[in-house]
Design a protein around this ligand. Structure first.
Ligand SMILES: [Zn+2]
Ligand SMILES: [Zn+2]
Length: 447
């Protein structure tokens, strides 16, 4: 388990730092990101990171301390060592207003520039200032890896804007608070590859320690609650956090597991193809190849035998459901896939659901492909973005017509409940077009 945000340098809160770290490790914490609030704190974070190999330091000045900001101090710290994984925490706090809003904005913007200069992501603190935050970030444009908005408390629109600007959102103890339904409602709707988890120790301790001193070991309660809300397993939540943290902060190898056959949300997935039929991003948000904390892009091509030997190790009790889910389009590997599927069916896999991008028509043999595997699959999940669908349904070029032929075949061959689409509006249009029932994509199938 990784805690992406703690203030271990707070000497008043952690006079017993050694034992806090030891006890966190004993509870399964393998990495702690300790965040700075001012110039002196930056060096305290650094010295803690030097004492403990699994702690990483950030450098930066909190909006509370904005009045004491000195740009040359921050630059000299960043020049001194490459140990700092991010600039943070920086941002705006209009709840306490310890520094004037004007000063806060200037200091924030200056630190964003420094982060850019050092090619570092940022950790942003924002309280009661989301509209100014968005204005400032918008004025700087999208960053491929902006960093993290920690302890996110904004609404869904703000979350979407921030994700489009290249940020991930971080959640902590508040997920467990009974009066934080609004935060949970936003959290539930986010893509997995844009969420990380934190304690913000010593603050915001999760239930059942609410109101007491928080420590990184309590991150377990955050993962537990997050998994419940998302309908995932505890391990899924831990893995998603680990994978996102590695990608965003680039601080440790992601230790990417072999993903040709993997388990996510309690369901086995078979990953068969890297071949893309189009280069779509979903609303500009999901640009990574990560799926539930797994790297979906295969490192190499696997043979049918390799898939089958992996399947053979899976107990029969777990063979009730299998998703064919790939970075590319599985139908582009129809020959291999039909060989694998045939054996899987003989070996008692009960329900096999194929996930396709819906762009199968891009290949002139799409229908042949579909027919080749049709006998072995029990359902189809169509994953396509609003823009691709709109293109298909409204255009009359030969590409679109081919796509629609494939869709039409898919829809008629595999009906509800396993025909799904990304949102209700698309479902309604599909239903109208094909006179078939269709349901919006479920929680566990989100990309
Ligand atoms: Zn903060
Ligand atoms: Zn903090």
């Amino acid at each position: 388990m990784i805690d992406t945000h703690a203030h271990l340098s707070d000497e008043t809160a952690f006079p017993d730092l050694e034992s806090v770290v030891t006890s966190s490790r004993r509870k399964g914490v393998t990495g702690i990101y300790t965040i700075s609030v001012d110039a002196a704190d930056t060096y305290r974070c650094l010295s803690i990171a030097r004492r403990f190999r699994d702690i990483h330091p950030a450098a930066g000045v909190h909006p509370h301390q904005a009045a004491a900001y000195d740009r040359s101090e921050l630059i000299s710290a960043l020049k001194k060592t490459s140990a700092f994984f991010a600039v943070g925490e920086i941002g705006l706090d209009y709840y306490y207003n310890f520094a004037s809003r004007d000063t806060q904005r200037k200091v924030f913007q200056d630190q964003l520039q420094i982060a850019d200069d050092f090619y570092l992501p940022v950790i942003i603190h924002c309280r009661d200032a989301h509209s100014d935050l968005l204005d400032i970030l918008h004025s700087r444009g999208r960053r491929d890896n902006g960093g993290v908005i920690h302890c996110f408390t904004g609404n869904l629109d703000e979350a979407r804007e921030l994700m489009k600007l290249g940020f991930a959102l971080s959640f902590g103890g508040m997920l467990t608070f009974s009066n934080a339904k609004a935060i949970r409602d936003v959290f539930r709707q986010l893509p997995y590859n844009r969420m990380v988890f934190e304690t913000d120790s010593p603050y915001l301790a999760p239930v059942p320690h609410r109101g007491k001193r928080n420590e990184p070991g309590y991150i377990r309660y955050v993962f537990q609650r997050a998994a419940e809300i998302l309908n995932l397993t505890f391990d899924d939540a831990v893995r998603i956090n680990r994978s996102n943290t590695a990608r965003i902060f680039d601080t440790h190898p992601s230790g990417a597991a072999d993903t040709c056959f993997f388990k996510f949300a309690g369901i086995w997935h078979l990953n068969v193809s890297n071949v893309k039929t189009s280069d779509l991003t979903f609303n500009g948000i999901n640009t990574s190849t990560d799926y539930g904390g797994y790297e979906l892009k295969l490192k190499r091509s696997y043979s049918a035998d390799e898939y089958l030997s992996k399947s053979a190790k899976i107990p029969h009790s777990e063979r009730n459901l299998l998703f064919i889910r790939s970075y590319g389009e599985p139908l582009m590997e129809a020959d291999k896939l039909s060989m694998i599927l045939r054996e899987l069916k003989i070996n008692h896999w009960q329900n096999i659901i194929l996930t396709t991008t819906g762009y199968t028509g891009a290949h002139h043999e799409a229908l042949t492909f579909l027919k080749k595997i049709a006998g072995y699959i029990d359902g189809i999940e169509i994953l396509f973005s609003d823009n691709s669908y709109t293109h298909l349904i409204h255009s009359h070029d030969s590409f679109a017509i081919k796509c629609m032929e494939s869709f039409s075949y898919l829809m008629k061959r595999f009906v509800y409940p396993d025909v799904t689409a990304r949102n209700q509006r698309i479902c309604d249009q599909l239903t109208e077009k094909f006179h078939l029932p269709c349901c919006a994509i479920s929680q566990t199938l989100r990309r």
